[in-house]
Design a protein around this ligand. Structure first.
Ligand code: AMP
Ligand code: ZN
Length: 448
């Protein structure tokens, strides 16, 4: 089956053709590890985890390589470590550990490689040297800058007029820049900041700019040109535009990645959730109230390119939907999407259509396919069941009384007294207690 993906660069859906089907390669910009991630940051993680699973399904698990970096050099990291009086390494280790635990709770597989910026300084300085040698970058006042006018087709990804780009990037007109659009590849480290030996004969220690980190790490782990590059829509400009400029100009390559994919924003009352606006909730906090699988389904009920408004009502609905799937699905199955689900996902990850197809499997004939589909998505029955037990409302009559009535009903059924059996069931239902009969016996729960 053909996989179609919306490519931000082409502004259209394109049939996915990997460079090498035996080694499909995807890079996604990962977290800057200075504090707990918010639920908006979870969106690209969940969306690209689903794409990772889909690619593994289509090409075989061992033929897909997914790289998601860890940005552990950043002003915010330095400031936070100083504030807490701990070392930068201690802060980034701890924050990364929290992030990994959060996204695991959301049912995401670990990527194939999670490279750290601080472990790829050599690749960054090598790239910078290449760019200077090729005339695309220059040294000025201990900085190295990418000269934007040296690249004739700069701006193809964001397709914005130059003046808008300048405003959007809040480009500062610094004395070391030849053109206001030029961006930093390397800068001197301030006293007390982490620094490394600088490239291009610069005498003082320095540190990389943000964009060069991703060009260096994708190069090291995926090569000069790879298949898919992803991230949130806010990264299109300047981050991805600058990654493209660096990688293409360093390697003289026509493309850095062949498909550029961007998720839409997760919003709160119509505004992007962000640290700077202060309208955020951390993944940690959401997981205190909701199982990770419900959060995951809630994210996927909206197509990844559309904005999502994050609401408690949405989570409540998602819990009901997921429970309704597990109530019908058989208990075990190989992870495999049902054909209609696979077809929907191959249409640019159309998750709303995939979930609609899952509703169509809620019948005796679909139980097995539904179970396989749930496993493919990474949904786990136990986590949801535990949550439902912990959050079940208290029954209106004592548990012993409920169990006594169920026992009476079992006796009635043995005596084939169906009228009595139904009477007891209806009586309990009127109290909001729902009985479920299966081959293993009768269970009950309080209706919500
Ligand atoms: P940051 O830590 O801000 O660099 O973000 C890490 C990732 O989360 C990037 O791919 C961002 O595009 C993405 N992201 C940040 N905020 C949101 C949001 N409100 N909705 C969706 N994605 C977001
Ligand atoms: Zn990046």
């Amino acid at each position: 089956m053909d996989l179609k993906l919306y490519d931000t660069l082409a502004r259209e859906k394109r049939t996915f053709v990997p460079i090498d089907p035996a080694a499909v390669r995807m890079y996604v910009c990962g977290p800057t590890v200075y504090d707990f991630a918010h639920i908006g940051n979870a969106r690209p993680v969940i969306v690209f985890d689903l794409l990772f699973r889909l690619l593994r399904q289509l090409y075989g698990a061992e033929h897909v390589r997914y790289v998601r970096n860890i940005t552990d050099v950043d002003d915010k990291i330095n400031a936070r470590a100083a504030e807490r009086g701990i070392s930068i390494r201690e802060l980034t280790e701890k924050t990364y550990g929290e992030f990994a635990a959060d996204v695991a709770a959301l049912g995401c597989l670990p990527p194939t490689v999670e490279p750290r910026a601080t472990e790829h300084i050599a690749e960054m300085t090598a790239l910078i040297e290449k760019l200077v040698a090729a005339g695309h970058a220059y040294v000025e006042q201990d900085h190295v800058l990418f000269g934007v006018p040296s690249m004739t087709d700069y701006g193809a990804l964001s397709k914005r007029p130059l003046d808008e780009m300048i405003a959007g990037a809040r480009v500062d007109v610094a004395p070391y820049k030849r053109d206001p659009m030029d961006f930093v590849l390397w800068k001197p480290a301030k006293p007390g900041e982490p620094g490394w030996p600088s490239p291009c004969g610069i005498a003082v220690p320095g540190r990389p700019g943000w964009h060069i980190e991703c060009s260096a790490m994708s190069w090291k782990h995926l090569g000069e040109t790879f298949d898919i590059h992803g991230g949130g829509i806010d990264l299109v400009f300047p981050h991805h535009e600058n990654e493209i400029a660096q990688s293409r100009c360093a390697f003289g390559a026509p493309a850095m990645a062949n498909y550029w994919m961007h998720n839409g924003f997760l919003q709160v009352e119509g505004e992007k959730m962000s640290k700077s606006l202060g309208n955020f909730v951390t993944i940690r906090d959401v997981l205190k109230d909701w199982p990770g699988d419900v959060v995951r389904l809630n994210m996927l009920r909206t197509h990844y390119r559309q904005p999502i408004d994050w609401t408690v009502k949405g989570l409540e609905e998602s819990e009901k939907v997921l429970s309704s799937f597990f109530d019908v699905a058989s208990s075990e199955a190989e992870p495999r999407p049902a054909p209609a689900v696979l077809e929907a996902l191959c249409d640019d990850l159309n998750t709303p259509a995939a979930i609609a197809a899952m509703h169509g499997l809620k019948n005796a004939a679909g139980r097995k396919a539904l179970a396989g589909t749930l496993a493919f998505f990474g949904f786990r029955r136990e986590a949801l069941a535990d949550w439902r037990t912990a959050h079940a409302p208290a029954p209106p009559i004592p548990v012993e009384e409920i169990e006594r009535r169920i026992a009476t009903r079992i006796d009635a059924r043995k005596a084939k007294d169906w009228a009595e059996s139904d009477r007891i069931r209806d009586e309990l239902a009127a109290l909001g207690i729902v009985l479920k009969d299966s081959k293993d016996g009768t269970t009950w729960e309080v209706a919500r």
